[in-house]
Design a protein around this ligand. Structure first.
Ligand code: GTP
Ligand code: MG
Length: 398
């Protein structure tokens, strides 16, 4: 699973990425600071099940603070996208190619409202409507999808006319590099209600199909970033009012999250990513106190999502992609052979069954599956039992 951070230049994609991963990436106020995509590990926050067993886990991957488990996820930060990118403007198609593997997009929008569509600082007297960021990015992504569709259009539209059932298959094949599934193509065909004969579609109809397929296969959350800035709240409300029917808009301050995580790393404060509060752990100088106070007043106390960074990642994985976190665990023995308690927590796709999970752990576990045992109740589950978020289970094999 891969989460892609998208948006025009200078909106704070790399700041969000750095806050989530603490990787050393370049951040600056001029456009195209990032050229080559950054890949890194961020985390989703899950209430750990160790508390229910009165124990403390020792994760093999990620970490756990106060029984809040942080499970690794892949994040990608790409170059900024400008109007005309799908025709090669800015860094153009390279940027779009980087996004192929993403399962979900976080569209970072700059609510400070101080930059134009190219991410350049506005000149005196110049005005820019932040809502335009959402509109042009959508258009570029749709054109990107449409160009891919058009490339093989004539060829597969003709074949598809002969054998209609093959149409979805052909489209899915064309988009396979973009993680588009055949089921999604079928759903989009139903929803768009376009003429039966695909070969008769005009440009507008092709675009309608491409746009619907993009929305279906690359769901998008809007991160209204820089809410800490002077006009941040005003612009966040503007975006929310205009797009709340189509998109989930979450207020965000990547810069505040980065500051909190760095202060935590330096031992200055105690802060668990995603919390709405922090505790001072060390004597601070006046500058540090003021900076932290500003974050508290302008962001944490003001918005229900805290800085937004952790919540946005959680929403992407658990609400949009509907993944579930599963702990391999037996009620009698929560530790592995090295004595590590609940060392693993896996993010599994929706509808995962006990058998799917067994195969995920090891092919032999799948092949020799007898039953699964719920670590909480010790009840036995069969192969087809659907797992739930935060289930702990043991796989019993032959
Ligand atoms: N006030 C405020 N500034 C922020 C926030 N996030 C990022 N910035 C600033 O915005 C500027 C651009 O940040 P980057 O993270 O480099 O932006 P980017 O989207 O990666 O830009 P490109 O790589 O050029 O596309 C920097 O000066 C950041 O310090 C925020 O939450 N609040
Ligand atoms: Mg960047």
């Amino acid at each position: 699973m891969l989460i892609g951070l998208v948006g025009k230049p200078s909106v704070g994609k790399s700041t969000f990425f750095k806050a989530a991963t603490l990787a050393e990436v370049e951040i600056a106020s001029y456009p195209f600071t990032t050229i080559k995509a950054n890949h890194g590990i961020g985390y989703v926050r899950v209430e750990c099940i160790d508390k229910e067993f009165n124990t403390q886990c020792h994760p093999n991957h990620g970490f756990c603070i106060n029984h809040q488990r942080f499970v690794p996820i892949d994040l990608m930060d790409v170059a900024g996208l400008v109007p005309g990118a799908s025709e090669g403007k800015g860094l153009g198609n390279q940027f779009l190619d980087d996004l192929r593997g993403a399962d979900v997009f976080i569209h970072i929008v700059d609510c400070a409202g101080e930059t134009n569509a190219e991410g350049k600082l506005l000149e005196k007297g110049q005005e820019y409507d932040v809502c335009n960021d959402v509109i042009f990015l959508e258009e570029e992504l749709d054109k990107w999808f449409c160009n891919i569709l058009l490339k093989a259009w004539k060829g597969f539209a003709r074949t598809a006319e002969i054998e209609k059932a093959k149409f979805s298959e052909a489209v899915a094949k064309q988009f396979s590099g973009l993680k588009v599934k055949e089921e999604q193509v079928k759903d989009v065909l139903l929803k768009t209600n376009l003429p039966e004969k695909a070969s008769t579609w005009n440009e507008a109809q092709l675009m309608k199909f491409a746009s619907a397929l993009r929305k279906e296969s690359k769901p998008m959350i809007i991160a209204a970033n820089k809410v800490d800035a002077e006009n941040g709240e005003k612009n966040y409300n503007k975006i929310k009012a205009k797009f709340c029917k189509e998109y989930l808009v979450i207020p965000c301050s990547a810069d505040s999250e980065l500051a909190l995580r760095q202060a935590t790393k330096a031992g200055l404060i105690e802060y668990i990513p995603g919390d709405k509060h922090f505790k001072i752990a060390k004597e601070l100088n006046e500058k540090q106190k003021q900076a932290l106070n500003r974050i508290k007043e302008n962001v944490l106390d003001k918005y229900e999502y805290g800085t937004g960074v952790q919540q946005i990642l959680n929403i992407a994985v658990f609400d949009f992609l509907k993944y579930i976190a599963i702990f391999p665990a037996s009620a009698n023995k929560l530790a592995d052979s090295k004595g590590n308690v609940l060392p693993d927590c896996f993010l599994m796709p929706p509808e995962t069954t006990a058998l799917d999970f067994a195969y995920h752990l090891h092919t032999d576990f799948g092949k020799n599956f007898i039953k699964a045992i719920d670590a909480r109740t010790k009840m036995a589950w069969g192969k087809e039992h659907k797992l739930k978020h935060r289930d702990g289970l043991e796989i019993v094999t032959r």
